[in-house]
Design a protein around this ligand. Sequence first.
Ligand code: ADP
Length: 341
Amino acid sequence: MTDNNKENILNIQNMAEIKSVGILTSGGDAPGMNAAIRAVTRSAIYAGLKVFGIRRGYQGLIEDCISEFETQSVSNIISRGGTILKTARSMEFKTPEGRAKAYANMQKHGIDSLVVIGGDGSITGATIFSKEYNIPIVGLPGTIDNDLAGTDSTIGYDTAMNTIMDCVDKIRDTATSHARLFFIEVMGRDAGFLALNSAIATGCEDVIIPEEKTQYEQLKMLIDNGFRKSKSSALVIVTESKDPNGGAMGLAQKMKEEFPDYDVRCSILGHLQRGGSPTAADRILASRTGYAAVEALLQGQRNVLIGIRNDEIINIPFAKAIKKDKPIDPDLLKVLRVLSI
Ligand code: ADP
């Protein structure tokens, strides 16, 4: 294939004169990170760039865990959960000394740009690093929590939601058989997207999310009425985090005291929500955003997170993406509550 053909297919011109790109995954792992690593690697090689895989996130950049990637380095990983590059939380990167070591290693290998795949902490780190050393950095939203602003979805969110759906369906079977009330704790940090949408997907009776003050009295009434009327089980999904009622465990305890006749149980889904083969939606999102990350770097863009809005790939300035102001849609709460009568 001629170079002209390549440009026609890729629509990428190297306006920024970038010669190489380093890829790292950082913070909490998410299914689909491997598909993103593959997409960035292959797009960059296609565009004629050198690619470096950086293991263990920012800590690996500091400790020089860096090797050059070929197209085969990312073979057969699109379907795998986790991240082949491993991930880490690096306290050292939060210090100027740590970042100086990271930059020195980039220079040593001739890495002149970075793609950071991670959540809001990782993007915060990228913002600081990019400003300090004038490095072109583009981010990919890799988090199951879907808590990055400006993008409809993040890589890993759909898979985690499907995993939760699978687990909650199973809990429903046993809850119905025993006429039990379950409080099920899911991940999400300070965001209720996973909880709310998986509650709708599984027909749960209610949801407790950080974005809404827990209406304890209302919850009690809803459960009591439901059981009195016709329900043979009740499931309430609770987001992890600093819920003043003590999370799923605390709520279950309170309800037991309130309704000693009811068989109340608690289930914390935990880390299984992070694993597993990514769904088609996450693989496609990772592939499209990974390709767009390389395109953005070559176009001279920096400090942008690649997201998706109404099925269109968009660039979101880092500052906006990490603002922590992504609202939930109040209509979703209405849908849940109307449908669970
Ligand atoms: P996530 O990216 O999933 O939100 P973390 O919040 O743990 O995960 O952030 C991942 C890493 O990003 C941290 O371990 C740290 O190395 C880096 N990071 C986060 N905040 C900062 C900061 N303020 N300055 C520099 N690096 C940061």
